[in-house]
Design a protein around this ligand. Structure first.
Ligand SMILES: [Zn+2]
Length: 325
């Protein structure tokens, strides 16, 4: 309510009320409302900017963001579990599988390498939660890469395992004569005295004393390359090529059960013990070759001997006696 103002009227010698002009009164009222409105509006803007007051929509958005943050945290924990399991698989891959199949381990840096070059996370920058989103995306990218590398490694191992299976089937791994058919293991690989000259001479194979006609078995999968009497000293003999650089030779036979170029499996009957060639008594002279060198056959019986039998054989084979050649 505006103040009532008076003025002194000398004509009537009294105070008279000043009547405000109508237009002025209207202006005052308008100014009052405008002022109140501006003041209120400014106040509202200030309040909104200082986050002291939130609208219901803002409150619901804030709740949603909180929920996302929580979900990200849970995802982070799950990723950590995945990373742990993956690390365990990688460890076994490097230290057991790859080692067993003689493949080089995959270095840690190669397995965990991120993505270099252009900034692939640029589109994720500039938001309140950019750090969280970028770090999560980076972790997922690395996990994805690890999985690809691991999967490829397992493919490689599968191939190596198949090869190894073939190799294991191929290399000589059993005795060429049944253990119960042996009268004795006469002489092993090494320096022995020659049965004919009595001179000390390298004996390149192992001699198994057995009666004439005792069956002889292929010691590994392969192809018969020779079954003839044309090699000096060996008499009637058989050679089997096992692949991977391995060859086995069976000498002084009485009879063949295979022909050249015939494919054989480990354990197939290939011939019979005899006394042909440079031989003092019926026996099988057995040799194992690797890359054109004769090696000690004693290391190739793991498929057919018990530990005890092997030990006995080792005792016999290492005695420096006379070979039967
Ligand atoms: Zn011999």
């Amino acid at each position: 309510m505006s103040k009532v103002k008076y003025y002194y009227d000398p004509d009537t010698l009294s105070y008279r009320k000043i009547e405000p002009k109508k237009s002025r009164r209207f202006r005052n009222i308008a100014l009052f409302f405008l002022g109140s409105f501006l003041f209120g509006f400014l106040g509202l803007i200030l309040l909104l900017n200082t986050n002291l007051v939130n609208t219901p929509r803002e409150l619901s958005l804030a709740r949603e963001v909180k929920n996302y943050e929580l979900q990200f945290e849970l995802l982070g924990k799950k990723m950590e579990q995945i990373e742990n399991v993956l690390a365990n698989i990688e460890d076994r891959d490097n230290n057991i599988y790859r080692l067993y199949f003689e493949a080089n381990p995959i270095p840690e840096e190669q397995r965990r390498a991120g993505f270099g070059g252009v900034n692939r996370y640029k589109s994720l920058e500039g938001f309140n939660n950019s750090d969280m989103i970028i770090s999560t995306t980076k972790r997922l990218d690395i996990i994805q890469k690890q999985m690809v590398i691991q999967s490829k490694s397992l493919d490689e191992i599968t191939k190596l395992a198949e090869e190894k299976e073939k190799l294991l089937a191929a290399i000589p791994a059993i005795q060429p004569i049944k253990n119960e058919d042996l009268t004795r293991m006469a002489s092993g690989y090494g320096w022995r005295s020659d049965p004919f000259t009595k001179a000390r001479k390298m004996h390149w194979g192992m001699d198994f004393t057995s009666p004439k006609g005792t069956p002889i078995y292929a010691s590994g999968d392969g192809t018969v390359t020779r079954a003839d009497n044309n090699a000096s000293g060996y008499g009637k003999h058989i050679r089997i090529d096992h692949g991977y650089g391995y060859m086995s030779l069976y000498g002084h036979l009485s009879q063949y059960n295979v022909k050249a170029r015939q494919k054989v499996k480990r354990g197939d009957l290939i011939g019979f013990v005899g006394n042909t060639g440079r031989s003092e008594a019926p026996h099988l002279h057995y040799e194992v070759w690797k890359d054109d060198e004769r090696i000690n056959p004693i290391n190739f019986y793991y498929g057919s001997l018990t530990a005890e039998e092997f030990e006995n054989m080792l005792k016999y084979a290492t005695q420096e006696n006379q070979s039967l050649d």
